[in-house]
Design a protein around this ligand. Structure first.
Ligand SMILES: Cc1cc2nc3c(=O)[nH]c(=O)nc-3n(C[C@H](O)[C@H](O)[C@H](O)COP(=O)(O)OP(=O)(O)OC[C@H]3O[C@@H](n4cnc5c(N)ncnc54)[C@H](O)[C@@H]3O)c2cc1C
Length: 416
């Protein structure tokens, strides 16, 4: 085989894992691997949840991207301007054209708070915040520190978002934090969502709605946020319902990276990349693959999903070069710890066909599913170490593979 050139767009969770896994599969004389990212700050995003409560500092969850890449991977600190799939080239912001034999798209999502009227106007980062960026999470930490009670509204503007459970986790942790500070009785906590339930999947929704009600967190459903008055403290929906707030914690609208729209045939109307749900090849051209939040796949936008996808994608890049049939092995597997405060967490595990079920993961003697436990909380805390030292470098983790395990799961009927 002549020396191939693989270009990976995005040096976050998916891009780093894919590049490191590909480096393990190909010797340097078989393939050169390039990773492009517009900055050199790799954020461990699950850690952002803890920053507002003073349980983590931004500096502790950020590391240089280039140092997460294995030897023999070239890192380009550049903005991607466009992909010309017809010519097998990527255009970078400094005018460089980077040719490729295989392209891996892993540029995640972009946050678009400016798309909600008034959100980034007066009151932004004073009374209305997001913890979805390091800067936002740090500002919110200062605001929560000075919060003395009132109405705290957690709002998710629209789906899809990355880590759809993170705003729920924020609400649970806020309840715990406010109790610890002795100001819970002076605070009304509201969770508002455009969904018709607490979460996207019925069985998990029932459990999570139960937890919200236990914690006296008001659940407001089918609330499509249209406008924010950050000074007056008002969130208004498209059907003209109003939610007053003293502190708003929002998850803004998500879209794909801007270059996707400028790249002929690459993305859909929202800037996400249409991707085969089982092989991770894209329809734009057989030598273009995608993973992670950047795709349009009907599963959660989550790091766990990205990890399972990276395994299948790596195998398929190898098969593509060998001219073999691709592995249709990705089943939509997603796995998320849900922090519920008081040193406890839930765990959910699901795929395209099977929704989160109770039982144990990955087998009959594993972690409890859909049930609060300290073990799950410890699992969530330990995950940061696993992320930097096993997942990103592309090491195999026994029991944590792309195919969803059914061994420990219980089958229960859905209550409509
Ligand atoms: C608050 C929060 C909590 C979360 N908690 C969890 C959790 O508990 N469990 C879980 O599994 N997942 C969690 N996630 C989700 C998880 O972090 C993401 O799903 C995961 O990082 C997706 O990986 P990715 O590679 O697709 O995107 P990213 O890791 O975001 O990487 C995308 C990269 O592309 C780069 N990029 C974008 N556009 C360009 C461009 N034009 N040019 C150059 N570079 C570009 C970006 O700089 C970035 O580095 C959480 C996310 C958040 C925000």
């Amino acid at each position: 085989m002549s020396r191939k050139r693989i270009v990976v767009l995005g040096g976050g969770t998916g891009g780093t894992m894919a590049a490191n896994r590909l480096r393990r599969r190909f010797d340097e004389d078989e393939a050169e691997i390039h990773v492009v990212d517009h900055d050199d700050r790799h954020v461990y995003q699950p850690g952002l949840l803890f920053v507002p409560f003073g349980l983590a500092q931004v500096a502790e969850i950020v590391r240089p991207r280039s140092r997460q890449l294995r030897k023999g991977i070239a890192f380009h600190e550049n903005e991607v301007e466009a992909v010309w799939s017809e010519r097998d080239e990527v255009l970078l912001d400094d005018g460089t054209a980077l040719p490729y034999d295989v392209l891996v798209v892993a540029t995640g999502v972009r946050l678009q708070p400016g798309e909600t009227e008034g959100l980034t106007g007066p009151g932004w980062n004073e009374r209305a915040f997001t913890f979805y960026s390091p800067e936002g999470a740090a500002q919110l930490q200062r605001a929560l520190d000075g919060f003395e009670g009132g109405r705290l509204v957690v709002n998710l503007v629209d789906m899809p978002i990355k880590c759809p459970v993170a705003p729920l986790e924020f609400a649970f942790l806020a309840d715990w934090y406010l109790r610890e500070r002795g100001i819970r009785s002076r605070t009304e906590l509201v969770y508002s969502t455009p969904l018709d339930a607490a979460f996207t999947k019925p069985i998990a929704s029932e459990h999570l709605a139960g937890l919200l009600s236990e914690r006296e967190i008001e659940l407001v459903t089918e609330f499509n946020a249209a406008e924010v008055d950050g000074v007056g403290g008002k969130l208004v929906s498209y059907d003209e319902r109003e939610l007053d707030f003293d502190l708003l914690v929002t998850v803004p609208l998500h879209g794909g990276a801007p270059y996707v729209e400028r790249s002929p045939g690459l993305g859909d109307a929202l800037g996400f990349v249409p991707t085969d749900r089982r092989t991770l090849q894209t329809p734009v051209k057989p030598n273009v693959f995608a993973l992670g939040d950047a795709t349009d796949l009907p599963t959660s936008k989550a790091g766990s999903v990205t990890h399972f996808e990276a395994e299948v994608l790596t195998e398929n890049v190898v098969r593509y070069f060998a001219g073999e049939e691709l592995d249709a092995g990705y089943d939509g597997h997603a796995n998320c710890f849900i922090e519920t405060g008081f040193h406890k967490a839930l765990l959910i595990d699901f795929n395209y066909e099977t929704e989160p079920l109770p039982g144990r993961f990955p087998a009959a003697f594993g972690l409890p599913l859909l049930r609060e436990s300290r073990l799950n909380h410890l699992g969530k805390l330990m995950f940061q170490w696993v992320y930097w030292h096993a997942l990103l470098p592309g090491r195999e983790i026994p029991g944590l593979g792309p195919a969803m395990p059914m061994g420990g799961k219980k089958h229960i009927p859905i209550h409509a």
